[in-house]
Design a protein around this ligand. Structure first.
Ligand code: MN
Ligand code: MN
Length: 295
């Protein structure tokens, strides 16, 4: 069960109304790297997890992400507060109201007109939240790697938001949220490496002759810079070649003779005549059947 505490995880002090800035904050409310996506990601993983330690961690972090959602949502609501009142009461001139709600030049007018200044589950561009942001796949070594990457991305989005914010209270709260993503990334890293072995993911090994090969797919130009990502001793650097399995390199399938006849009939019916010179609709529309470029 969830129990709600009336106080936020971190105090939100917003200096002044700023609908344009509020809209930028929506990126971490309903965007792909946002707090709802994070909470849902870890919550789904928690539901299916059997390992008691990981299960605890996942629901703790999922719950903390919901607390972050509450913080960022309150930042949005506070930044919209005055404009919301002005619009609801129609106190100012039309032009002044218009100026207020479209302040930042982004889609803040949508937040005001459609959502009444509340925090909507969209990203900063107004794109509705999608459950496709939740990329849980049900294998802890995959999910933990994805979580690590998700925390890294969330950290960067917060950093960008902090750099675009001059409100000190907002900056501070965002700094806290950003810092927590660093801490989550560390926990997920520890959880991943407390599974041994954790690589490659899953149970099936790769094909030994290919699992440490780097194929040069850049042709004769090759690579001016080679590094540990494609160098010996960890990698065998090989020129790209077709049919590395030693086979024909062609796609084959066995079909019944009856199906083969059908397929041949179909291919014969649709075959092209390379020696033809057909009159086409495009030519009919041109003067003398010729385009201007032909004189
Ligand atoms: Mn968070
Ligand atoms: Mn996090």
């Amino acid at each position: 069960m969830f129990v709600h505490n009336k106080r936020l995880q971190y105090t939100v002090r917003v200096s002044e109304c700023n609908p344009g800035l509020a809209n930028l904050m929506l990126e971490q409310f309903g965007g792909p790297q946002g707090e709802l996506a994070a909470a849902c990601r870890y919550f789904t993983q928690y539901l299916a997890e059997d390992d008691p330690g990981r299960k605890d961690m996942l629901i703790d972090i999922a719950t903390e992400e919901l607390s972050h959602l509450e913080v960022i949502g309150n930042i949005v609501a506070m930044l919209n507060k005055s404009a919301k009142g002005h619009i609801a009461e129609g106190t100012d001139s039309e032009a002044e109201l218009y100026r207020q709600i479209s302040g930042g030049g982004n889609s803040s007018h949508v937040t005001q007109l459609l959502y009444g200044g509340g925090a909507a589950f969209t990203n900063s561009g107004g794109v509705p939240f999608s459950s496709s942001y939740v990329d849980t796949i049900g294998d802890p070594t995959c999910d933990l790697r994805s979580n690590i990457a998700a925390e890294a991305r969330a950290k960067i989005i917060y950093e960008r938001l902090i750099n675009m914010t001059d409100d000190p209270g907002v900056k501070e709260a965002l700094g806290f949220l950003m810092t927590r993503e660093i801490s989550h990334q560390k926990s997920f890293e520890k959880a991943l490496y407390s599974i041994e072995p954790n690589f490659p993911p899953g149970k099936l090994p790769g094909m030994a002759e290919f699992d440490s090969v780097y194929f040069n797919m850049s042709g004769k130009e090759g690579h001016e810079v080679r590094g540990p990502w494609n160098k010996e001793p960890d990698f065998e650097y090989r020129e790209a070649e077709p049919a590395v399995d030693g086979g024909s390199g062609l796609a084959e399938v066995k079909v019944s003779s009856a199906d083969a006849t059908l397929l041949q009939n179909s291919a014969a019916r649709l075959q092209s005549d390379p020696d033809s010179d057909p009159l086409t609709g495009a030519m009919l529309g041109m003067k003398n059947g010729k385009s201007p470029s032909h004189g």
